[in-house]
Design a protein around this ligand. Sequence first.
Ligand SMILES: [Zn+2]
Length: 297
Amino acid sequence: MDNLQSKSNLPTLKIGEVEIFWLDGGRIRLDGGPMFGPVPKILWSKKVEVGEDNCIAIDNSAMLLITPSAKIIIDSGIGNKMTAKQQEHFHVQRPWRIPENLSRLGLSTDDIDLVIPTHADFDHAGGLTRHNHAGKPVPTFAQARHIFQKKEWLVVKNPDRRSASSYWPENFAGLDEGRNLKIIDGDFQITPEVKIFLTGGHTIGHQGLEINSKGESAAHLGDLLPSKNHLHPLWVIAYDDYPMEVIAVKERLLPVYARKQSWLLFYHDTEICAGKAQLQENKNDITLGSTISKSEY
Ligand SMILES: [Zn+2]
C-alpha cells in the first residue's frame, strides 16, 4: 500500500489503523456571501480569494476510509450527471473524478463496502449515482450499503420547498431500504473504529462521524464545519436549516476534540484536508495545529 499511496498523489492521513484518502468530487464556485451567512464580507473576504462575481471556489473532497474490515466512502461529490445548464449555474471548474482517483489506489467503485453521505444536498450526494449506458441513473458504488439518518431520508422522500432545490431525486435512484440502503436513527457504530452520530443543524438529519484507533482520533462534522474558515462557532452558513443547532454542536464538540488533539476533517476547503484541533491559549476558541495540505489530486 505504501508504494501505491505515494504513487496515488492523493492527500492522505493515518488515524491508528484507519487510512484516509481524499478524493476529487469536483470543484464548483458559489457566491461567497451565503457560505459565511451572517459574517460581513469585510471579515470573510480576508480569508478566501473572491472573484469579481463575488464567487469563491468550493471543493467537494469525498473521503475514502480504509479500516481493517471495510472500505468506506464519506460523501460523494457533485457526480457527473449535471446538465450543461447546471454546470454553468454552479460554475463547475473541475469535474468529479472519484472512480479515476480510486483506480490510482488499485480500487474500483465495486470495492466499496459502505457509503456514508453526511446529508442529501447535491454537492454531497451527487456522486451516489451515475448514468449507465442507457443514460439511466444507477448507484455508483454498486456493492455498497448506503447509510442515511431516518430524519434525512424522510426529507429525501418528501422534500419541503427549500430542500427540494438541492435534494435531486436522480441522486438516490436505485437505493432501496433492506437491499443497499440502511436507515439509522442516531448513533451507529459502523466498524470498531468508526462511529456515526446525528448532528442536525445544517439539515434536520445531517450526520457526522468520529474515528478512534490506537489512541488517535479524527472527527468529521460535514457542513457544520465545511472549511478551516468556519472554526468559530458563530461563522455558520446561510444554507444551514437550523443555525442555532450548528452553533450549539460546534460549541459543545470542538473543545472536546481539541482536548483530545483530534484531527478535524474538511470536505469543502480548497487548501487543506485536515487540521489538528487545538485550544487557543486562555480562550475557548479553536485553532489548527498541524495541517494536511491538498496536493494536486
Ligand atoms: Zn456542502
